[in-house]
Ligand binder design. Sequence first.
Ligand code: FAD
Length: 317
Amino acid sequence: MKVTIIGAGPAGSLLAHYLLRRGQYQIDIYDSRPDPRKISFSKYRTFPLLLSERGLNALRNIGLEEAVKSHGIENTGMINYSKNSKPQELVRRKPILTIDRNTLVNTLLEKLEEKDKNRQVNIYFNSRCIGVDFRHKRLKFKKETEEEITVGYDLLFGADGVRSVVRTHFLNTERFEFEQSYLHEVYKTVYLSRINDKLRINLEPNKLHSWKLEDGTRLLAMPQPDNTLSCGLVFKHKKNQVMGMSSKSEVREFFEHNFPEVAKLMSESEAEAFVKRPAWNFVTIRCNRYHQGDSVLIIGDAAHAVPPTIAQGCNSA
Ligand SMILES: Cc1cc2nc3c(=O)[nH]c(=O)nc-3n(C[C@H](O)[C@H](O)[C@H](O)COP(=O)(O)OP(=O)(O)OC[C@H]3O[C@@H](n4cnc5c(N)ncnc54)[C@H](O)[C@@H]3O)c2cc1C
């Protein structure tokens, strides 16, 4: 039986492991992007994920927990900073893993190929799904060369993320209901050093670090294996100073005033890059069903995207 998965992100690649374990399927995976193992992504085109017990358990069940953990950082707690009081630490009962999204996917894909002794898995990159015909079980793809191809499937999984093309085709099916909503907050990524020797700052490497202002603006910093911090600055979409910043000096001023410790870890080039970096929306996707007949299923963000602030999208994918 031929199973086709659209999307080689965390959900699609993890699913392929579980299907391969069953031994009875021919598995074809298509992804619109190039093979992430063959190109070097800048860290600005990926982001760190927090994997908690739910996500780690899914990896543990296919023997990949340790392989993934070896690329991440286990955080034993979170330190909350505020302007007028001492930092407070919240200790976690179980550590939470920080792992870069692309590194997670690369590990899943590498291990998938290692386990595929009988050559049951084919992965096609640079192949964007542009059409689905549920009735005739046909899929249309556009290749990098603009060439269009049509292939058949027996079972189809749409793991093609928050803007899922497979889900879009559900809209033509009977009584499918779908809701896409945005939070009133947006976020921008910030990249800092974890250490400033001159100023004797050395934030703990195995803790998450969080700052919050009275108006709800907050910054979460996640230590990375290379002694940097990948951070998300979350702020209100409307009437917020961050959206209006147009120069490096405004960025410096904002951080020095609101997050003085953070400002000391920010390089000049980062302050400049921050101005140009886009603000991202928090999208929530709700569907009244995830299947179409007995041969199509949408999974991961395609089916139930949640805002990154609750750090559960990948864990539940
Ligand atoms: C900044 C940020 C921080 C986050 N932090 C966390 C966190 O801490 N913890 C957590 O659990 N979750 C977090 N999330 C959410 C998490 O990233 C997603 O829930 C997770 O990546 C969903 O995996 P997915 O495979 O369903 O979708 P995606 O990761 O979006 O992957 C979809 C794949 O499908 C491919 N694709 C898309 N369209 C097509 C098409 N038409 N044809 C072929 N291929 C296609 C894409 O190239 C991609 O490879 C965060 C998200 C963001 C943006």
